[in-house]
Design a protein around this ligand. Structure first.
Ligand code: ATP
Length: 463
């Protein structure tokens, strides 16, 4: 029997689990760490890779109207002028009271608008105060978020380049290339995954907001009259993606931006928000960018960035729908949603109920005892399974301890080789979520796991 422990998850527990099991560490830890910068260890790499692979699968492999791109992080400086990102700034305010903390003014206004208690209590009649100590705040100052560096040996104005603050611009500047070589016509999209860099004023909440992060972005180019319809389409698609991969629907919501929140380029944006431990926060933005980007780049580059229909001769600048997600933020959301604690036969266990396709390791092969021919049989099975899926072999320590380890890294299945295996060639297959144990022939394990991996899966937390 297992008894769930209600709402067990906190950010501290996720951070501790990530460290304990080698998912994510503080960067440069031996030097005391670099603020808000993280390194992914073995299981973290596998998990985040799976998140990205599932994204590629959904947006490219399973569609025939999106193609892939991998553009460079360093781009021609004119890109940033054209995109309006040269002035990519956030309004910074500083507490003039006791604590001197820095805040993003737009975040404080958003918190008040959402009725978040602490921010609300500290502000009165539209005037913001420091949520920490109630002190007055400085006038907002625009803070440039782009990291600057220099190309080549001379560090002057002419050699100045930026680390991209979003992957999107690499897509826009390649619009013409892709249109020429992909044999696509609007509506079609270009998808890209890659690192972005923002010198954030208030990084924090573990990997939720960092200064170096990975984005998964699509720019979807459509005939202008179809923009509204495609915006709706992508909102639905992206919500479905998260829930199909196990996020509970009541932990997700779509929030349309109010008119004063919209970016300079956007006519409509909705955020997919997830119920993180600190409250509902942005997971992905889905914007209708109109023809802003292609028009700007056409003007600054003097290239024609438009679509010409060869049959009718019609020409137009496509409008753009942009679903823009964070790979690290997504990974965090999947972990938070999967985290569970429960009591099983009087003992507490921590379990990551990750969707099997996201789980870093799919199966652990465990000999019950380290003798009597069991390790040999288990190793043979492991060698066979790992050619088909990420698998682990573990012969160290008590079986309970080994299962606890696999539960914490989210391994959906465990296969135990025991004395009966030596006699009749059968093993037990344990399910992480239901704890159900089934006995099957050793030769059937691979096929059964492949079947389960391909089958639909529902978060056990849905009841
Ligand atoms: P915020 O208002 O939270 O700063 P944003 O609206 O500027 O975010 P976008 O520019 O829309 O964010 O970026 C798209 C996605 O990229 C976000 O939904 C998020 O998942 C991810 N992202 C953006 N900034 C960061 C960051 N500093 N750290 C981690 N992920 C980020």
């Amino acid at each position: 029997m297992s008894t769930p422990i209600k709402d067990a998850v906190t950010m501290e527990k996720i951070v501790a689990l990530c460290k304990r099991r080698g998912f994510i560490f503080q960067s440069s830890e031996i030097y005391g760490g670099l603020a808000s910068t993280y390194d992914y260890g073995h299981y973290g790499v596998l998990l985040k890779s799976n998140v990205k692979a599932e994204w590629w699968r959904a947006v490219v492999q399973e569609r025939d109207d999106v193609v892939a791109l991998d553009a460079a992080i360093l781009m021609h400086p004119r890109t940033w002028e054209a995109s309006g990102l040269e002035g990519f700034t956030d309004p910074l305010v500083q507490c003039l009271g006791k604590c001197k903390r820095r805040w993003r003014e737009d975040h404080l206004r958003e918190a008040v608008a959402k009725g978040e208690a602490q921010a609300e209590a500290r502000s009165a009649e539209g005037e913001l105060h420091c949520p920490e100590c109630g002190g007055d705040l400085s006038e907002p100052r625009n803070f440039n978020l782009m990291f600057e560096t220099h190309m080549g040996p001379v560090q002057d104005e002419g050699s100045r380049v930026f680390l991209r603050p979003e992957t999107a611009q690499g897509i826009f500047v390649n619009f013409k290339n892709v249109l020429q070589f992909s044999r696509k016509r609007p509506p079609f999209g270009i998808a890209q995954v890659g690192k972005s860099f923002r010198n954030e004023i208030t990084p924090g909440n573990f990997i939720f907001r960092t200064r170096e992060f990975e984005q998964m972005e699509i720019e979807f180019f459509v005939p202008p009259a179809e923009a509204g319809r495609w915006h709706e389409h992508w909102m639905e698609e992206r919500m479905r993606w998260y829930t199909e991969l196990g996020i509970r629907p009541d932990h997700l919501r779509l929030r349309a931006h109010g008119p004063d929140e919209l970016s300079h380029y956007s006519s409509a944006t909705s955020d997919i928000e997830y119920l993180f431990p600190m409250g509902f926060s942005e997971l992905e933005g889905i914007a209708n960018r109109g023809d802003f980007d292609l028009t700007q780049h056409a003007q600054y580059s003097r290239e024609k960035l438009e679509y010409v229909d060869s049959a009718s001769g019609d020409r137009y600048v496509p409008h753009v729908i942009e679903p823009s997600a964070g790979a690290d933020r997504g990974t965090l959301a999947f972990m938070v949603d999967a985290y569970d604690e429960e009591e099983v036969e009087g003992r507490e266990r921590v379990v990551l109920r990750l969707h099997p396709r996201l789980a870093p390791v799919k199966v652990a092969v465990l000999p019950l005892v380290n003798k009597d021919g069991q390790p040999e049989l288990a190793r043979d099975l492991y060698q066979d399974l790992r050619r088909r899926m990420p698998a682990e072999y573990d012969a160290g320590g008590s079986i309970g301890k080994r299962y606890r380890r696999q539960d914490e890294i989210g391994t959906p299945w465990g296969v135990t080789v025991d004395h009966q295996t030596v006699e009749d060639g059968t093993v037990t297959l344990r399910d992480r979520d239901s704890l159900e144990q089934t006995r099957l022939r050793i030769g059937e394990v691979g096929g059964e796991l492949a079947r389960r991996l391909g089958a639909e899966w529902r978060s056990p937390k849905l009841g």
